[in-house]
Design a protein around this ligand. Structure first.
Ligand SMILES: Nc1ncnc2c1ncn2[C@@H]1O[C@H](COP(=O)(O)OP(=O)(O)OP(=O)(O)O)[C@@H](O)[C@H]1O
Length: 282
């Protein structure tokens, strides 16, 4: 049960997550407002995906509490939409685009009778239209491009009308045009429906104009704040415990010296930061 529309989308209090003896992070207090866009950054293994899994109810906290829309975290919560890390789907997969989207529908809410099936079909159609995937919704998913598959995954995550959208590197392996499309879809969703977004990424530049705050995790340490507050040489040097430099190059952030994949920010080519204003013309 939701505690009402005024409840924060996500509330973590004294949250810690450990696998056996290994604590990934501890003492995490975080309140995410409805409609807020939070980027979750950090090197490989810092616990970004585990944070999403905890919010999905798949991994328990080792300390503290976590609430979504006022209710304790649990599996199968229809208030949560999830875009998993992109994996290319098998060409032989006997699943059409619309079937994939339909997997995101909460069957209990609509029932199995004729009316339920019709209502279900209508919301699947709406979700497909929302991501502009009508022209390939009936094609087998394995025959679609990575960008088309990812748009359908966004539709699948949105079809249940979630309060919170958890995105695990949703732009990975997409070209620049599809990075714009997918981040625009997510951005528009939160503007129109006040859906809170947790967006795990190694590259902040494609979403920099959309981000309200950043949670940056490094080896159990973390900082939360606006990108301007967190993405500084001083803060990142403190988190990484080594000298890190954050450069501003033509509207992009280039991070040098972390020794991990986040340095790819500096070598990712001409990623512009105008996706907030980019319109999808398809
Ligand atoms: N079920 C599990 N049992 C034990 N250890 C796990 C489990 N799941 C993840 N880990 C470990 O916890 C650490 C954090 O993993 P996680 O996937 O959350 O990191 P991440 O920040 O998302 O990394 P990446 O950027 O590489 O995706 C890793 O060292 C991983 O091996």
């Amino acid at each position: 049960m939701s505690a009402g529309s005024t409840a924060p989308a996500i509330e973590l209090s004294g949250a810690a997550l450990a696998y056996g003896d290994r604590t990934l992070w501890t003492g995490l207090d975080l309140t995410v407002a409805p409609g807020e866009f939070l980027a979750v950054l950090g090197p490989n293994g810092s616990g970004k995906t585990s944070l999403l899994k905890m919010l999905l109810g798949q991994v328990p906290l080792s300390a503290g509490t976590a609430r979504i829309a006022g209710s304790p975290v649990r599996t199968g919560n229809p208030a949560v939409g999830y875009i998993p890390q992109q994996k290319t789907m098998d060409e032989g997969l006997p699943l059409r685009g619309r079937d994939l989207v339909g997997l995101g529908v909460d069957g209990h809410r609509w029932g199995t009778g004729f009316r339920g099936r019709r209502a279900r079909r209508a919301i699947v159609d709406d979700a497909i239209a929302e991501v502009g995937a009508q022209s390939y919704a009936n094609a087998p998913v394995g025959a679609l491009s990575g960008g088309e598959q990812q748009r359908l995954r966004v539709a699948q995550a949105l079809v249940g009308d979630p309060t919170v959208l958890l995105c695990d590197e949703p732009l990975l392996s997409l070209d620049l045009a599809n990075q714009h499309r997918v981040s625009d879809l997510i951005h528009r969703r939160r503007l129109r429906h006040d859906t809170a977004v947790l967006f795990v990424t190694h590259e902040i530049n494609p979403i920099l104009p959309l981000v309200d705050r950043v949670l940056y995790l490094v080896d159990g340490r973390f900082r939360i704040g606006t990108a301007a507050e967190v993405m500084t040489s001083e803060v990142l040097s403190e988190l990484y415990r080594t000298e890190v430099e954050v450069l501003h190059v033509r509207g992009r952030l280039v991070v040098v010296g972390t020794g991990d994949a986040i340095d790819a920010l500096g070598g990712a080519g001409e990623l512009s930061t105008d996706c907030a204003h980019h319109e999808d013309h398809e």
